[in-house]
Design a protein around this ligand. Structure first.
Ligand code: PGA
Length: 230
């Protein structure tokens, strides 16, 4: 598997024009990248535009979904609607959703099963092993086939204080022991172009989940390029 770099734009930018500009600047900067898979997860409202931009080197992802396929669920977006828009990936269980939307492990568990049914590649964010166990409760081997985990320590998210490599390495090992063999694990939390490669080379992560730095095209391109080598 190629290292996976996920751009999580969160609730940014504010306008469609800015979103187009950001998407195109990133696309232009990484067009010759061969050894890294880049996924952009914009807010739902920019998915259609991003998909129309037809950049084959960038895959699309969503930042959340609802577990039902369709129906009377005001404000929700279903897995089928996402795959129809060209989404291959979905971030689930992000700590900001657990905190601000009150998402519980039970809700995340339902979302995982529903995303798996639609064959979306799930990026499940955790900051402790108990979440891993609860979020994946009762999920079958088949449902977990497309699972990617992301270790996102709360203290490192959006703080500019990334997790130290030694601690990250220990967590990578622990997650490996508590998950199915060969499940990729990403690191997320204050990733920048200076520390990105260390998480992959020194702590054995299979990729990165990048928040703040993914809104700055030149910094994000530098991150991708720092990983794009043998
Ligand atoms: P950050 O966010 O890179 O801004 O710390 C990471 C994340 O929340 O996925």
């Amino acid at each position: 598997m190629k290292p996976l770099i996920i751009a999580n734009w969160k609730c940014n930018p504010i306008t469609l024009e800015e979103a187009k500009l950001l998407f195109d600047s990133i696309a232009k900067g990484i067009k010759n990248i061969k050894r890294v898979e880049v996924v952009i997860c914009p807010p739902f409202v920019y998915l259609v535009t991003s998909n129309k931009r037809q950049v084959t080197s960038i895959k699309l992802g969503a930042q959340d979904l609802f577990w039902e396929e369709k129906g009377a669920y005001t404000g929700e977006i279903s897995p089928k609607q996402l795959s129809d828009l060209g989404c291959e990936y979905v971030i689930l269980g992000h700590s900001e959703r657990r905190k601000y939307q009150g998402e519980t492990d039970e809700m995340i568990n339902k979302k995982i099963k529903s995303a798996a049914k639609e064959k979306l590649k799930i990026i499940l964010c955790i900051d402790k092993i108990s979440q891993l166990k609860n979020d994946l409760k009762g999920a079958s081997e088949e449902e977990l086939k497309n699972l990617i985990l992301a270790y996102e320590p709360l203290f490192a998210i959006g703080t500019g204080k990334p997790c130290g490599i030694e601690k990250a390495k220990k967590m990578r090992l622990l997650i490996g022991k508590n998950s199915a063999k060969n499940t990729p694990v990403l690191y997320g939390g204050s990733v920048n172009s200076q520390n990105a490669n260390d998480y992959i080379k020194k702590a054995d992560f299979q990729g990165l989940l990048v928040g703040g730095a993914s809104l700055n095209p030149s910094e994000f391109i530098k991150i991708v390029k720092s990983i794009d080598h043998d």
